[in-house]
Design a protein around this ligand. Structure first.
Ligand SMILES: [Zn+2]
Length: 490
């Protein structure tokens, strides 16, 4: 109910004056909207079409767990491949820049689309399309999901200004006001600053550490080398400059976009730290880069073995640069996917050591050794980014096996997000439909999640006030409209 405090009396009065048929005060429109939502549950199965209409119209605030390259559809990437006159290899379905003499043909995008069988096959590899609805050769679902990035990676960063605008248009069409997108690594390669021998030595030293103090000492040494290198600082400045250019024109009265950089947890520790350190410095240098994350499959062998080391890197950087926000993918695991011992501590360490302000996924909570303490800690200090579609596909965790009901009942702050809406071919509306149809939270609870998506975002305090005020207005319009719709439905 926190948002009610922000509903100024003045705004309420102005709505009264503006409204052509001001028969109900806003609180009554809110109750009528809540009652309309409940009507979707009067039948044996929830009325999905009605929930779809309801949530398409509902203001949804922000999408805080959003990967830029995974959010664009394969169709968009094919258009870009066509623009570049690049080709598709008909055996591997990978992008190639020129024809080769190999036994497989390389064809244009137009030729691919003209061949329905090949085109559909590509869509199953570049996204989750048709994975579950017909029998065909397929990889394990987590491999199918994460491999999509390998297919579209040659093109995904080529037209970023267009991509950002597409994401904005799609957000506006489903009443989303804010996107916090995990955009890219800064792009500094550690091998440009350390020779092969030094790289091997530092990776070994990092992996042999057994305490935070040892990690700190090594990271201090590495950071000094970077800070003294002009080329390193130039790379960060160029990254910031290019991003700010691409961002121009994105923010307006009804939409705001901000970015996170990230490290890729399957790379060697020196490269992971290089990405984190450069990401922190980029965030310090730009108001549109608001946080740093760590991405890629958490069940990967390297990611599993280096997990605590990665958390210690975040700890070191959080102490050094406390103003840079941190959201960490943690607990995107389930039984059978990894050895049971790996399910005991990831969310715990992301909070205790990594100092995450938000946790991405948090699905392994019920398995964690200190789950009760973690719940209490999260309730007061961090939010969980809930990604239902992605968890169902990658982990096979769905229904009441998902920890959502535990988090919700305990009062942990939650936000609803899409993860990779291009790969999953979902949207934020769909995530709310899944949430409502599975767990039937109240309308007021859903509204709390929407406001959480601004309150727990990494927007500056001034931007939060601005986006929150926009959201208040949007809810007034929405609830007035749903109240009117309820009268037309028998
Ligand atoms: Zn993610």
């Amino acid at each position: 109910m926190r948002y009610l405090k922000h509903l100024s009396l003045l705004l309420l009065l102005s709505i009264y004056v503006e409204c052509a048929t001001p028969t109900l005060p806003q609180s009554n429109h809110e109750s009528a909207t809540a009652m309309l939502y409940e009507r979707s549950f009067e039948t044996k199965e929830p009325n999905i079409a009605m929930l779809n209409l309801f949530f398409t119209q509902m203001p949804k605030g922000g999408d805080l767990h959003h990967h830029y390259s995974g959010s664009l559809y394969a169709e968009t990437y094919l258009e870009w491949v066509k623009n570049k006159n690049w080709l598709i290899d008909t055996c591997s379905f990978k992008i190639v820049k020129t024809k080769s003499n190999a036994s497989c043909k390389q064809i244009s995008v137009d030729e691919l689309i003209a061949n329905d069988t090949l085109y559909r096959q590509l869509l199953t590899l570049w996204s989750d399309k048709d994975f579950n609805n017909h029998s065909h050769d397929q990889l394990p679902p987590d491999s199918n999901f994460f491999n999509t990035f390998i297919y579209f990676s040659p093109i995904s960063d080529q037209y970023m200004d267009i991509g950002l605008n597409l994401i904005k248009e799609r957000a506006l069409s489903e009443n989303v006001s804010y996107i916090e997108s995990m955009l890219a690594r800064v792009g500094v390669n550690s091998t440009e600053f350390f020779n092969a021998e030094e790289v091997t030595k530092l990776n070994n030293e990092l992996r042999n550490t057994t305490s935070q103090e040892e990690v700190n000492a090594l990271l201090e040494r590495i950071s000094t080398v970077f800070s003294n290198a002009q080329a390193f600082n130039e790379k960060i400045n160029n990254f910031v400059k290019e991003l700010e250019q691409k961002h121009q024109g994105i923010d307006n009265e009804s939409f705001t976009m901000r970015y996170q950089t990230y490290a890729v947890r399957v790379l060697n520790p020196l490269q992971v730290y290089t990405d984190l350190f450069s990401g922190y410095l980029a965030a310090l240098n730009s108001p549109v880069i608001v946080g740093v994350n760590i991405v890629a499959p958490e069940n990967n062998t390297v990611a599993i073995n280096d997990y605590t080391l990665h958390m210690r890197m975040f700890h070191y950087l959080a102490n050094k640069y406390p103003k840079v926000h941190r959201s960490l993918h943690a607990g995107e695991l389930t039984l059978g996917m990894v050895e049971p011992k790996e399910l005991l501590f990831h969310i715990t360490q992301a909070r205790d050591i990594g100092r995450a302000e938000r946790i991405g996924h948090g699905v392994d909570l019920p398995y964690e050794k200190e789950s009760l303490r973690v719940l209490e800690d999260l309730k007061h200090h961090a939010a969980i980014e809930i990604n239902l579609t992605s968890n169902q596909f990658i982990l096979g965790v769905t229904g009441n096996a998902h920890p959502y009901p535990i988090y919700a009942a305990y009062g942990v702050p939650l936000v609803i997000s899409t993860d990779d809406s291009g790969v999953s071919r979902n949207n934020l509306t769909h995530e709310y439909i899944l949430l409502a149809s599975r767990y039937h939270p109240s309308y007021m609870t859903l509204k709390t999640y929407v406001y959480n998506s601004i309150d727990y975002s990494f927007l500056s305090p001034e931007d939060k006030i601005k986006v929150r005020a926009q959201l208040d207005k949007k809810f007034m319009v929405f609830e007035r409209e749903m109240s009117a719709l309820a009268k037309h439905l028998k």
